[in-house]
Design a protein around this ligand. Structure first.
Ligand code: DMJ
Length: 581
């Protein structure tokens, strides 16, 4: 230690201000003998020091909290504050070119959603549908505002919270025990759109008013099950509180309400909903079928027997097959009945209903069957384009690798149905000129079905032996976008993103109107103005735009391991166990 340091070590340290120990009259006082005044001044000084310290601390804490709050508001999504359990999109690395492109594309889809919503908000708010050309509205679904309800979770997923709140504020005041006078409500449509839309909006926002509204919808539709067998009637007279009597119900109507009523039971704790819906599955599981795993589309409500030989994975049959797999997933892969039924159906579909085009061996498709007339119809419906997504999901869930290969082949055909038309939009169905056995696959059972020679519409050939039929319209349907999104998530092949982007661009180019997006009459016509049909179904907002948005989002955003999407693209959290990859 040097001298200076040594000196400093012993020098008085006391920078403390001198507190006079003496009285003002200067009389010396011994320590501890302060006057009252002196004592007061001493304690005032000490208090002041404590107060200054405390104030600095409080200012530091409050300031820190304020800065933290501002930073979180700026960089964390709304749901972090309001519902921390809601999935938050992982941050995308924008230095990476693909991620950057994804972000731009995702934003473009979000802009399309905002556009559709604002037109609906301006011209049709609270009504069922916007008429996107005439800027009017309709109430053809009973007047509950089905577009609004169907769109809620898409708005939430896209973080359009102001719009989401506009919708919630409206919907919590809707009385679902009333419908447009003289109108009867379609049971299945209102379950997959309104009940499901309210359930998922509740699961995301945890706003209890939405669960109460979901339960009201579930309750007013329950009279549908009041039949001698428990198979539902297709329509309900909500105003009278009874179902409309009917003798038959179609397969998709009876068998695509199970996830929704199951979820309603799980969220309310009341098992009656799930029990009523499960009864339908049990009846159809045990009913006699023309071929194992293939279910005709018409069912006699009074007897529980199938009343036709028509079998399809398109209109009126489609989502029945989808729900066997999805209930199995929802059950955390514990409910084996659904697995068995799904696998039987897919094995039989591959034997009897999948074919390859005679003219283009890259084109695989799923046709329709009539067991009564012994006919195979080489017609591939747009609605059937959900099948590749289902097969891919089933392949991942049940370890069926061959199904993934078929899924890729079918997705290719579904994409070509858009890619090869004049507008890039996909028609309602195409017909394959396929009247020979040449396109049979190794999985096909050669049997006594005739392949129908279907009439093509005039000049309807699209490419290499497949044709447009009489319905050439694009109704803003989601199925191809849905399969593309699932195929991308399961294979990781970026080609699917390019396909999805191409489809989105065609939708923007041909169907966008100043108020929204409109269905298109003939996908081969480029005379745009005469082709807009003035219709925008709610599934465009609920499904088509949602699937495209998710295609350009990280795969763990509303991951297929955590959510199962109902047939209207409403993502239900898997409640029972957790699906593993
Ligand atoms: C949607 O309402 C549902 O996906 C339903 O299962 C059938 N298809 C339409 C949209 O095309």
């Amino acid at each position: 230690m040097d001298k200076d340091a040594e000196a400093n070590r012993h020098s008085p340290v006391s920078p403390e201000p001198t507190i006079p120990l003496g009285d003002q009259d200067g009389l010396p006082l011994l320590r501890g003998e302060q006057t009252l005044k002196g004592r007061l001044r001493t304690s005032w000084y000490r208090m002041d020091r404590i107060a200054r310290l405390t104030t600095s601390l409080v200012v530091l804490i409050l300031g820190g909290a304020l800065v933290a709050r501002v930073l979180i508001e700026l960089f964390c999504p709304y749901d972090y504050w309001h519902n921390p359990q809601v999935t938050i999109p992982p941050k995308i690395d924008d230095d990476n070119h693909t991620a950057h492109t994804d972000k731009e594309r995702r934003n473009a889809v979000r802009d399309a959603m905002r556009h559709a919503w604002s037109g609906y908000h301006k011209y049709a708010f609270g009504h069922d549908e916007l008429l996107p050309v005439s800027n009017k509205s309709n109430d053809k679904w009973g007047g509950w505002g089905v577009t609004l309800i169907d769109a809620l979770d898409t708005l939430y997923i896209m973080e359009l919270y102001d719009e989401f709140n506009q919708g919630v504020t409206h919907v919590v005041d809707v009385d679902f025990s009333k419908a447009t006078p003289g109108y009867t409500t379609p049971f299945f449509e209102m379950v997959i759109r309104s009940l499901a839309g309210l359930l998922t909006a509740y699961e995301m926002s945890l706003d209890k008013r939405l669960l109460a509204k979901a339960q009201q919808v579930g309750d007013v539709l329950m009279p549908a099950f009041s039949t001698s067998t428990g198979l539902p009637y297709p329509r309900v007279d909500v105003n009278a509180g009874v179902a409309v009597r009917a003798s038959t119900v179609c397969l998709a109507e009876a068998g695509t309400v199970q996830l929704e009523y199951w979820k309603l039971s799980d969220l309310t704790g009341n098992p009656i909903y799930h029990q009523a819906a499960q009864r339908v599955v049990d009846i159809l599981d045990h009913a006699e079928k023309p071929y194992k795993g293939l279910y005709p589309i018409w069912v006699d409500i009074a007897t529980g027997k199938f009343s036709s030989g028509q079998i399809t994975f398109g209109a009126q049959g489609d989502s029945w097959y989808e729900y066997m797999l999805k209930q199995y997933i929802y059950s955390g892969r514990t409910h084996d009945q659904y697995r068995r039924m799904y696998e039987e159906s897919i094995d039989s579909m591959k034997q009897k209903m999948v074919k390859r085009s005679v003219f283009d061996d890259q084109m695989y498709y799923v046709g329709d069957l009539d067991f009564t007339a012994k006919k195979f119809s080489p017609k591939f419906q747009h609605l059937t384009c959900f099948v590749p997504g289902m097969l891919a999901l089933g392949s991942k869930t049940l370890n069926r690798p061959d199904d993934l290969e078929l899924a890729k082949q079918l997705t290719y055909t579904c994409f070509q149905m858009y890619n090869q038309t004049a507008t890039g939009l996909g028609p309602e169905y195409v017909l394959f000129r396929d009247s020979s056995d040449k396109g049979l696959l190794p999985t096909n059972h050669k049997d006594d079905f005739d392949i129908e020679d279907l009439p093509a519409a005039d000049s309807g050939e699209i490419s290499k032996g497949y044709y447009l039929g009489y319905d050439r319209g694009y109704l803003l349907r989601p199925e191809t976008a849905e399969s593309i999104m699932i195929l991308y998530r399961i294979t990781g092949d970026v080609m699917y993103k390019e396909w999805g982007w191409q489809i989105f661009q065609a939708i923007e180019k041909w169907t966008k109107t100043p108020a929204g997006f409109s269905a298109y009459r003939d996908v081969m016509s480029t005379k745009r103005d005469s082709q807009l049909t003035d219709s925008m179904e709610s599934f465009f907002l609920a499904e088509t735009l949602k699937y495209l948005y998710l295609l350009f989002s990280p795969a763990d955003y509303f991951s297929l391991d955590e959510y199962v999407f109902n047939t209207e693209a409403h993502p239900f959290k898997i409640q029972r166990g957790h699906a593993q990859t």
